[in-house]
Design a protein around this ligand. Sequence first.
Ligand code: ZN
Length: 361
Amino acid sequence: MSFPRKKILGYSLFIAVFTITLLLLTSCLSAANNGTKGALPAASYTNAGQALIPTETEALSDMPEELPALKADKSEPEADPPVGNEPGAGPEQASNVGYTLFLPLAADTKPAMPTVTSDTYVPIVPPASKPDKSGKPSSKISIPVLNYHSVAIDPGNIVVIPPDKLDAQMAYLHDHGYTPLSLEAFIRLLEGDSSEKAPEKPVLLTFDDGYLDNYEQAMPILAKYGFRATLFVSPGMTEQDGYLTWEQIKKMQAGGWDIQPHGMSHPHLPKLSADEQAYEIVEAKKQIEERLGTKADVFCYPYGEHNKTTLKLLKHHGFRYAFTTEQGFATNEQSPYLLKRLFVNGEEDLNAFIAKLPKLK
Ligand SMILES: [Zn+2]
């Protein structure tokens, strides 16, 4: 009798030891597991750290958080076409913002553009810094995009630049080694494409609205220096008094100008329904593409105005980039649909123009 009892006791002990061992093993394993999980974020942060530039998808999914940009934009509306009708609060504000930057005159207390100082300009150098795994450049790329409208004599109207002033500005750019880019070259540079040699001082010249004087005045002046530009045109306004005809637009295109959409009728997009916005955006794109046989997938917001719907529509309809009237250099750190430009005030002198340009260190 005593022997079986001992046996049972032995078995019990064995089972107890076995169970404890099992328990210990299980808890060890789970601790190890947690440890691995804990380590994961660190690893992915490292990867994320390399890609400081948001991808397009990220930028778009972030859009609601990019409201500050929307807000800033609304307060800097573009000139109302036709330019002559409105000496306009809009451009006035835009110019004040410009002054805030470079001159101490700023009566306007709007926050100065944080990204535009001589310190933050990084001249484009053929990427010494290699693109990371995602193919994105790993350094900041910053390009001045000048924003013109009408080229004529109209004293007191800051969105109209006299031809001789435009000529003097182009001469300055030419004499100081600036290279006005085609829109595609601009995009390649912004995207860090190192397949072609980057010019030392790139600049993108843009003209909004499609005024007749862009053909009669701006194009010959730019041609003198071998310069090209990008025209943002509202197809619904073509063939009207003071505006370009399609024949003229075709000649500009043949002269090296890139033609891109600016809404069908130059509307205040945020005031429209989603369907109306879609029509303004898509129809303008379609008309340009059909008439000129080129891609028209870079948008420019009329009055610089947009809302979340506008941004979603641009993405949905295959637009690659969009320009605002927000003041600053265009950089690869901005959302592709919120690229900044530099408003050229037709009333200011050459020194004020020069002050807008990058200061090379
Ligand atoms: Zn416009």
